[in-house]
Design a binder for this molecule. Structure first.
Ligand code: SDX
Length: 427
């Protein structure tokens, strides 16, 4: 028996079905609302709107819960690997050893990019932001692969998905190499996914490069923490772009563009820059005051979240990883102390408590990435590298959803009613 929501409007009472998922809030199915009641719902920013049915990731913002295909992020960060999580998110189940080996073999053999793609880098200035390069080069992949863009064919969709997951590290590493004027380093298929990325980024032809297993494990865990996050802004961008049947590589480039924003994936770069600007714990109260000042656009980057009104579970894992990496590298980075003190003060401040502003995934990640040796400008590129797994999983789910159709929101029109054209000599 379908439960119904009753909507009382001036033009009558309308009954709307209530749909339930496996866990989490019910939804009111408003698909018939405009046709029956001649009204739209109004929800800028989609704070109360479910855009789709999905089985990939579940977030409970009040409880601080994050599940990938039902598995808690804390358990996956501790026991799994980014490649296993990539399989889980794209295929829906944890793999057997044989399935995982086959998946890793497939991804490993898609890590090289077409030699022509290198010419795209040479079109950029050396100081181009890596995210500008990622937008351009990933979008350019749509010009290279015509054998995996029949999106109605699940096999071709999976080839395109594997190509994207496999090539993002190569493309990101090449963006870094280009920015520092060093030669590109080809993939080495004898290394792990994350080890290969570290080598392509930091190796130079002049000497051998040995992957540090502690750094490899920490970065692999960071990729896992960033892999997917329900219908966030960049994932919704990929879904909306893909809903028109557009080329998958171009749609992922659209997701990269959205992720770049400082309110979204760009926050890790902004958070580290903020910590550096604060510089010393005694300067924290000044910045807390600025964050609370309604007339000051300044916000504490790395704090707050649209969904988490409790601690972002990823931030807890990230903080522990930051300590592990700094200890291993014997890095005495004062901004880690600034971060811990900022977190302590913010979490005891009435404003942040009342607005439920906790550290999010971006608060500590920059400290780790900086300690490993990545420049701040590469932080969001690494976020995009990891989130490509979630984007392709969500893309496949949407294209395979019989209910999916081109996304086309409506509006509340507040402009001028109809009026006639006025010739210029009469204005
Ligand atoms: C990511 O959606 C996702 O899942 C994203 C992500 C993912 O994995 O894909 O989790 C990754 O994007 C994490 C968020 C990274 N962004 C930042 O750290 C930037 C700083 N944070 C803010 O910009 C903000 O918290 C947002 C954008 C993250 C969320 O903003 P909301 O939900 O739209 O909330 P809001 O802007 O309406 O803020 C609510 C109140 C406001 O005050 P009032 O208008 O109610 O008086 O809290 C205040 C805000 O002014 N506020 C902050 C603040 N964040 C919100 N005040 C100071 N510092 C902050 N960081």
């Amino acid at each position: 028996m379908t439960r119904m929501a009753r909507l009382e409007l001036p033009n009558g009472t309308h009954e709307l079905p209530i749909l339930s998922g496996s866990i989490g809030p019910d939804v009111i199915d408003i698909r018939r609302l405009y046709g029956e009641a001649d009204v739209f719902t109004y929800d800028p920013g989609f704070t109360s709107t479910a855009s789709c049915a999905s089985a990939i990731t579940y977030i409970d913002g009040d409880a601080g819960t994050l599940l990938y295909r039902g598995y808690p992020i804390e358990q996956l960060a501790e026991h799994s690997s980014f490649m296993e999580v990539a399989y889980l998110l794209t295929e829906g189940e944890l793999p057997t050893q044989e399935e995982l080996d086959r998946f890793v073999y497939t991804i490993t053999r898609h890590t090289m990019v077409h030699e022509q793609l290198m010419n795209f880098y040479r079109g950029f200035r050396r100081d181009a932001h890596p995210m500008a390069i990622m937008c351009g080069v990933v979008g350019a992949l749509s010009a290279f692969y015509h054998d995996s863009t029949d999106i109605e064919d699940p096999k071709q969709r999976m080839i395109a998905s594997h190509r994207l997951i496999a090539k993002m590290p190569t493309i990101a590493a090449m963006a870094y190499k280009y920015s520092v004027g060093q030669p590109f380093v080809y993939p080495d298929n004898s290394l792990s996914y994350t080890g290969n990325f570290l080598r392509m980024t930091f190796a130079v032809p002049a000497e051998p490069y040995v992957v540090d297993p502690v750094i490899e494990r920490a970065l692999d865990r960071i990729f896992t923490l960033h892999a997917d996050h329900e219908q966030n802004a960049s994932t919704s961008t990929v879904r909306l772009a893909s809903s028109s049947g557009a080329n998958p590589f171009a749609c992922i480039a659209a997701g990269i563009a959205c992720l770049w924003g400082p309110a979204h994936g760009g926050a890790n770069e902004a958070a580290l820059n903020m910590l550096r600007e604060i510089g010393r714990p005694e300067r924290i109260p000044h910045y807390i005051a600025r964050a609370k000042d309604k007339n000051d656009p300044f916000r504490l980057m790395g704090f707050g979240h649209r969904v988490y009104k409790n601690y972002d579970p990823r931030a807890k894992v990230m903080m522990a990883t930051a300590k592990e990496v700094l200890d291993k590298l014997n890095v005495q980075d004062p901004i880690f102390d600034v971060a811990r003190e900022l977190e302590r003060i913010a979490l005891s401040d009435e404003y942040f408590i009342e607005k439920k502003l906790y550290p999010n995934v971006d608060f500590y990640s920059g400290i780790i990435l900086s300690a490993i040796g990545f420049p701040t400008s590469m932080f969001t590129a690494l976020f995009a590298l990891a989130r490509t797994v979630g984007w392709v999983a969500q893309w496949n789910e949407m294209i395979g959803d019989p209910e999916q159709k081109i996304g086309r929101p409506r509006q509340l029109y507040v402009g001028s009613p109809r009026r006639d054209y006025v010739p210029i000599d009469q204005r």
